[in-house]
Write a protein that binds this ligand. Structure first.
Ligand code: HEC
Ligand code: HEC
Ligand code: HEC
Ligand code: HEC
Length: 125
């Protein structure tokens, strides 16, 4: 490889590495609403959710949980939508109930954060 070609290859590699890291950072911290792709007909406005602020309040697996043989695992399900395990309107913990129980449950327990419909469902679709 000539020095010039080597230099461009090195720059290209750095740009790619930079994009990969930017992607990782964006993927969770840029989340400002919850909008699960499984809900097709929304009855309520979108839910406000400052992901970055919540990352400081709980471990990833507190929300992105994983069960192994029916037992809560130490590992997480980061990268999966809740709806990949909780179905709309069916199963042991249907999707909307899963969200409500997790979000509201913690807010109620900690006596912090919204518990009323219109305090969460506020972002126009
Ligand atoms: C308080 C609950 C909660 C905590 C804590 C949390 N997340 Fe999330 N995360 C969510 C919810 C809810 C979504 C959005 C799901 C949706 O809209 O489908 C999400 C989305 C994501 C996404 C996907 C973003 C996208 O573009 O769709 C990633 C990646 C992610 N979280 C990673 C993490 C990591 C890593 C941690 C720990 C550092 C973490 N989360 C902590 C609840 C949480
Ligand atoms: C990898 C699969 C998987 C993913 C992803 C997942 N769950 Fe679950 N969740 C389960 C299983 C399994 C149970 C146990 C009950 C059952 O069999 O459905 C459960 C139970 C629950 C419960 C009741 C127990 C409790 O912890 O209070 C809530 C609430 C819940 N999930 C919310 C969520 C939310 C919100 C998300 C997304 C941030 C999510 N789950 C993502 C598999 C998953
Ligand atoms: C592990 C506990 C926990 C879970 C789970 C959780 N929250 Fe929160 N949330 C909090 C706490 C604590 C606050 C208050 C933070 C403060 O006042 O500084 C809060 C605040 C909020 C606020 C108000 C933010 C503001 O700027 O006033 C919204 C909106 C919110 N949460 C939405 C959600 C949604 C949506 C979910 C579920 C996807 C969720 N939260 C899950 C702990 C949690
Ligand atoms: C702590 C926040 C929070 C509160 C309080 C809350 N929700 Fe939700 N709700 C959510 C989240 C998160 C979802 C999942 C939204 C999504 O993926 O688009 C959801 C989903 C829903 C859905 C299914 C999606 C849709 O738009 O049709 C309905 C219906 C709903 N909520 C109604 C209510 C009603 C009624 C109340 C008050 C009794 C309420 N919610 C209170 C967070 C909340």
């Amino acid at each position: 490889m000539s020095p010039k070609i080597f230099a461009s290859a090195a720059i290209a590699a750095l740009v790619i590495i930079g994009l990969v890291f930017a992607g990782v950072a964006l993927s969770s911290s840029a989340v400002s609403t919850v909008s699960d792709s499984a809900f097709s007909n929304h009855k309520r406005p979108k839910v406000a959710f400052d992901h970055a602020a919540h990352e400081v309040l709980a471990d990833c697996n507190a929300c992105h949980h994983l069960y192994e043989d029916g037992v809560l695992s130490d590992y997480d399900s980061v990268g999966m939508e809740c709806s990949e395990c909780h179905e709309v309107g069916k199963g042991p913990v249907p999707l909307a109930i899963a969200y409500h129980r997790q979000c509201k449950g913690c807010h109620e327990g900690q006596k912090a954060g919204p518990v009323v419909c219109a305090q969460c469902h506020i972002v126009p679709r």
